[in-house]
Design a protein around this ligand. Structure first.
Ligand code: EPU
Length: 263
């Protein structure tokens, strides 16, 4: 933790941006890379889980799927909808990961962060400001989250977890490389349904393709470049805007060098 605080202070002094890489599942890194410090919370200090009754203090580096599965198996309810969401706890807080089976933020009571000034601080639910796939975490680095999970019947919670997982596997291309859903759902509509209705399933740019299974996923082959994905994102946006007068906003986090990208 001290190392992290020192790193944050030094980066601020030298004006170098810091980003945390969780499971990388919602991130597209430009072909020109990212000109800053990338932190991973792999060390044991960020992997701890401490339980007191229905309260769980969970390190930012803890992986969401195995943790949620473990809680559900033991009858602690609140994370069943996290089945099939590849993320770390820190990333799940930041993006308020979730879907129609619930959002991670619903279980979060407080979050420990290191601020851009290098100070440790605890943020209340109100300060975290959860919204649809967003939070007000901003430049703060999440180091741990305090969760509240209701104790219930293990058979029920585990079954719910398994059902959420099965539904995702049925409707999403989980076995192919992708960055999850590319666009946020516009108010009152589904980005996947709009892209599908625009006839874009299967459309390719280089090694990137609109998934045939769920149109809000871009799946890639081994040769795909980030620029292929970015071109496909532009193409989808244009078509959906033209056909439905709807502007799609990306959900994924796109990392690029500060000076911009090569053309
Ligand atoms: N649909 C189509 N064609 C498609 C895809 C979807 O017609 O190609 C239709 C479906 O039939 C359904 C509607 O669109 O009637 C909504 O689809 P779905 O139930 O799959 O949910 P979604 O809104 O597309 C959201 C989240 C997912 C999350 C699921 C399940 C967003 C942008 N997406 O998908 O999140 O897994 O609900 O909870 O909010 C992610 O964030 O990376 C992600 C995958």
């Amino acid at each position: 933790m001290e190392q992290l605080r020192a790193l944050v202070e030094r980066s601020r002094g030298e004006d170098v941006p810091i980003k945390v890489l969780g499971q990388g599942a919602n991130v597209l890194i430009s072909d020109d890379g990212f000109d800053g410090v990338v932190v991973r919370f792999d060390s044991p200090a960020f992997q701890k889980v401490e339980q007191q009754g229905e309260r769980f203090h969970v390190g930012a580096g803890v992986e969401l799927i195995p943790f949620s599965r473990r809680c559900s198996r033991r009858g602690y309810s609140g994370l069943e909808g996290m089945a099939g969401i590849p993320a770390t706890v820190g990333g799940a807080v930041r993006m308020n990961a979730g879907g129609k089976f619930g959002e991670f933020g619903d279980a979060v009571r407080e979050v420990d962060v290191v601020t851009p000034m290098g100070e440790r601080k605890t943020l209340s639910r109100e300060e975290i400001g959860f919204g649809y796939r967003r939070s007000a975490i901003g430049e703060n680095l999440v180091v741990a989250a305090e969760l509240e999970l209701k104790e219930g019947d293990p058979a029920k919670t585990h079954q719910k977890f398994a059902e959420c997982y099965a539904e995702k596997r049925r409707t999403q291309p989980l076995t192919e490389p992708s960055a999850g859903c590319i666009f946020k759902n516009p108010t009152g509509a589904s980005a996947g349904a709009l892209i599908d209705r625009a006839g874009l399933k299967g459309t390719r740019c280089g090694g990137a393709k609109v998934s045939e299974k769920h149109a809000n996923f871009i799946v890639t082959d081994a040769q795909a470049a980030a620029s292929d994905v970015l071109r496909l994102i532009d193409l989808i946006r244009e078509r959906v805007s033209r056909e439905f007068q709807t502007d799609l906003e990306t959900e994924i986090d796109i990392w690029r060098p500060r000076g911009g990208m090569r053309k």
